[in-house]
Design a protein around this ligand. Sequence first.
Ligand code: ADP
Ligand code: MG
Length: 384
Amino acid sequence: MGAEQVAERFAELYGSEPEGVWAAPGRVNLIGEHTDYNDGFVMPFALPHQAIAAVSRRTDGVLRLHSADIEGGVAQLRLDDLAPQSDAHWTAYPAGVVWALREAGHEITGADVHLSSTVPTGAGLSSSAALEVVIALALNDLYDLGLKRWKLARLCQRAENVYVGAPTGIMDQTASACCEAGHALFLDTRDLSQRQIPFDLAAEGLRLLVVDTQVKHAHSGGEYGKRRAGCEKGAALLGVDALRDVPYAGLDAALARLGDEEEIVRLVRHIVTENHRVEQVVDLLTAGRARAIGPVLTEGHASLRDDFRISCPELDLVVDTALAAGAPGARMTGGGFGGSAIVLTEAADVDTHTKAIEEAFAAAGFTAPRVFEAVPSAGARRLV
Ligand code: ADP
Ligand code: MG
């Protein structure tokens, strides 16, 4: 699926050529899990998988939406009727972006949209952010809003938090909007400062596999909210604005202060050590030592499994199998309870590791996983 195909389908649906075609990718988080709502550090990179949208402006206050990937015809919405949590369908994501832009005072008078995406949904690869960002960038260009990438990401997050009603952090949208090919994005979610970190695995004879377990997570579900509330409680008990403010060197003292709040202790320990792991990975990649990030990734998995408790048997099986087969590192990625894991492998081992994981899943009676290689790719951009 390419820009041309999406534009052609747009013309069939709406009877005229689109004014332009845009793309926005899904992402994989290399390290820094659940830190984004704790004002902490994350480090995603963009996937080659992306949402592509053909878009034209309208002047009559109508928004028409169509997805090649969803059964059903063109959805037609009136801009003045858009209201938070009024829509339980996929259309809430793009409509939410239009709502957020208008709420922020930008004049949008309508749009026709046809889109298609290769980002697997519900796999922890952020198909939702790809959808939001591609619409935001298209409208930013067409309506000449002049908004910076980080600002578009903020508005997309607002669309997802308020309009859709999913309490997610800022990472996914920023990754989709700001990533660069051949790099991972080191993002400080407190001040939104960012740095592109060279992430050229091929040059070091390495590869990164994404293993989609096909176990669907429910991101807006209760477990995510519970972890988030627990982290907030931890910050309050420790008298800091956010867990980001607990220094790694002061972790033991902080945990001692939490006393017998066992669950909070575990959550705090994960967040503080995870922020530290992001900094370690930044330092290692900057020093050209990509292979050495393996054990840091693996420690991150153990922390998510044992302290944050958001792994699942399928994710653990990917990690255990890859490590047993000699991979330098592996971890679950994304919100947890399913979705995907990443495996750092030697280039020569891609096939054997893939096979080992597939066989382990078959032996365990799990649904076959989808394994693909992730090459750090470009962020959102105009195609036509
Ligand atoms: P994730 O972002 O991890 O893939 P989410 O639950 O956050 O999972 O978002 C998935 C939802 O995004 C889907 O249920 C659907 O509503 C919407 N979505 C994603 N891709 C598409 C698409 N190509 N067409 C229509 N809706 C999509
Ligand atoms: Mg999502």
